[in-house]
Design a protein around this ligand. Structure first.
Ligand code: DX5
Ligand code: ZN
Length: 215
């Protein structure tokens, strides 16, 4: 059984309420929410006013992925939209340890995200402090990109680091996930799969989620 966190980035933004309701009724474990600032990544998605409208409709935990510079500025806003998990990029935080403590003090689970070129070994001194590590398997900013296959070895190295350090962190992977790459990721040791295009591009979206959840 694998946890699935469908990415709302690939939803129909003119029908967000309908798509959130589909996720409520599906086997998704969480709802993945991609916030972009046009600086950390070359794209802009949606911000807090939109998330405030979604939150009362969602009956699954919100897994908020911030692709923004200095995300520690927004801990309170992310808490106020009812997020269960706040994901911040390693590359976007000058004082990552402080930001992780602030997220936990605000009552959320803290997750650190790594871009494809950022090695797992850089997590050595923070992995025992975090609830989840999110490995990007595409360069962040857009849905529908091709899975970077080197992520599979990265998942294995992260699994090893977590075991060696006694960390309780779970492993989430984001980008280019479909049934085939999802299966490979689960075999490598991933706990949670994010999927945008694969879910929202499917004729039967709930069946696509169920297929990943069965991996
Ligand atoms: C990319 C986002 C992803 C994206 C994944 O920057 O972080 O969450 O929605 O989309 P797919 O699954 O289509 O690669
Ligand atoms: Zn994401």
């Amino acid at each position: 059984m694998t946890q699935v966190s469908p990415s709302l980035l690939s939803a129909d933004f003119a029908n967000l309420g309908r798509d959130v309701e589909m996720l409520n009724e599906s086997r998704a474990s969480m709802i993945h929410i991609d916030v972009m600032d046009g600086v950390f990544v070359p794209n802009i998605s949606f911000g807090f006013p939109v998330l405030k409208s979604i939150q009362p409709l969602a009956r699954k935990p919100l897994d908020v992925h911030l692709m923004i510079v200095d995300p520690g500025r927004f801990v309170n806003q992310v808490r106020d939209i009812g997020a269960e998990i706040m994901n911040v990029h390693y590359e976007a935080c000058t004082h990552l340890h402080r930001t992780v403590q602030q997220i936990k003090a605000a009552g959320m689970k803290a997750a650190v995200t790594l871009n494809p070129a950022t090695p797992v070994c850089l997590l050595e001194d923070i992995v025992t402090e975090v609830d989840m590590v999110l490995l990007m398997s595409v360069n962040p900013g857009f849905g529908g990109q091709k899975f970077i296959s080197g992520t599979l070895d990265k998942v294995r190295r992260l699994r090893d680091l977590i075991a060696r350090s006694g960390s309780a962190a779970t492993i989430e992977v984001d980008g280019g996930v479909n049934l085939e790459t999802g299966r490979q990721l689960v075999e490598a040791g991933a706990d949670i799969l994010v999927a945008g295009n694969y879910v929202f591009g499917a004729a039967d979206q709930k069946a696509a989620i169920a297929g990943l959840a069965d991996l």
